[in-house]
Design a protein around this ligand. Structure first.
Ligand code: FAD
Length: 353
């Protein structure tokens, strides 16, 4: 039947991109409905993937599974799209004090897979003061998210698998059980919402505890290209365009809008000045809304009452790391009935009264 699909996907941020790509690779018939009129946090994101975060050197949840998975996933996708967007590199983290040096050195003994302390600080001091030296986070890097989204949209268009339009909930018809959905002229077995922060307004998933967070980022031009990522309070991440970088990021819960502010610019600029010895100029500033959640876990699963509807969202500040692994898990859940991780499965929110 023409216009019959296995999956309709709403949204083409990193979640919709990675999920639809995963499904296409499995031979599924997929149509992505995404509107450039709705903002995408992925287009604001720094694209960083980082297994060890914060002052406490906290290991990312499921790091042992997420990071090897993404290190295979993105390069394979690069081959399919015939382009480069995935840049593995270390994150250099200068110590702030002798105390921090001691604490982190001690902590690193339990994180040997992820951290290296015998760093060549002389090399790094060309870019950052690092008076106490620093350590390297391994298995890290960044994705050029705008390039990925643009090229993947072209890839979908070539396959007539992308509709540039706003999804209208009122046009959705949920058919009898097992029959899937109809949306205008399209029919599908499943419709999966990948709407990012817009998902908090989705009428079918009002029970999910979103806790979205605004974030701002600076684009900068550097006097000398930066060959690695530096982190101390902010991350300075090289951009694919040589001599450019991005400074990420702020966290703000109120107001939840996408308007860049002077305050964030000042905060990010100040931290960058403290962190870099290389001179820089601000060339841009962007704001976006992270689709974060109260339990700090993604929202994945099918609607208990309308099992033809699903959600792949709640990636918070780690969409680049989480999306590939959980897209695969979601596929296995839908097609092979393999259980989803309890922590991401949305079913628990519907059983609560
Ligand atoms: C300042 C900042 C820095 C960040 N840095 C990083 C980072 O370094 N690393 C990292 O992993 N994460 C980072 N994040 C978080 C990251 O942006 C998110 O985890 C990720 O982008 C979420 O992707 P998503 O696809 O769920 O949502 P989005 O990227 O927001 O995509 C949602 C999509 O849905 C579409 N859409 C929504 N509703 C509709 C509708 N009704 N009809 C049609 N289309 C619709 C939108 O157009 C969009 O295409 C950052 C976020 C911010 C704000």
């Amino acid at each position: 039947m023409a216009n019959a699909y296995d999956f309709l996907i709403v949204g083409q941020g990193i979640a919709g991109t990675v999920l639809s790509y995963t499904l296409l690779q499995k031979g599924k018939r997929v149509l992505v409905i995404a509107s450039p009129r709705h903002s995408a946090a992925t287009r604001v994101a720094a694209g960083l993937f980082n297994p060890i975060t914060g002052k406490q050197l906290k290991k990312t949840w499921l790091a042992e599974e997420l990071f090897p998975f993404l290190q295979r996933f993105y390069p394979e996708m690069e081959k399919t799209l015939g382009m480069r967007f995935f840049y593995p590199t270390v994150i250099y983290r200068p110590y702030r004090s002798v105390q921090e040096q001691n604490d982190w050195m001690a902590r690193s003994t339990t994180l040997e897979t992820w951290l290296r302390t015998d760093t060549d600080d002389t090399f790094y001091r060309r870019y950052t003061p690092a008076p106490y030296g620093g350590l390297e986070t391994l298995h890290a890097g960044y994705v050029d998210t705008n390039l990925l989204l643009d090229r993947y949209a072209d890839y979908l268009r070539q396959r007539e698998a992308l509709r540039d339009e706003v999804f209208d909930y009122s046009r959705l018809e949920i058919l009898a059980e097992g029959q899937g959905v109809r949306y205008g002229q399209y029919r599908a077995r499943y419709l999966i919402f990948c709407e990012g922060a817009h998902g908090r307004f989705n009428p079918f998933f009002q029970k999910l505890p979103f806790n979205c967070v605004k974030g701002e980022i600076l684009d900068i031009a550097l006097a000398e290209p930066l060959p690695f990522i530096i982190n101390q309070g902010v991350s300075v991440i090289p951009a694919a365009k040589e001599g450019h970088a991005r400074v990420a990021a702020t966290y703000q819960w109120n107001p939840l809008d996408e308007i860049p502010t002077a305050q964030a610019r000042e905060e990010l600029c100040q931290k960058t000045q403290n962190l870099l010895t290389v001179s820089f100029q601000i060339t841009g500033q962007k704001a976006g809304i992270r689709p974060a959640t109260r339990p700090r876990r993604p929202f994945v699963g099918l609607h208990p009452q309308y099992p033809a509807l699903g959600i792949f969202n709640g990636m918070g500040s780690k969409g680049i790391s989480l999306a590939p692994f959980f897209a695969q898990k979601f596929y296995e859940y839908i097609e092979n009935r393999k259980p989803l991780h309890e922590e991401v499965n949305i079913s628990k929110y519907f059983s609560k009264q």
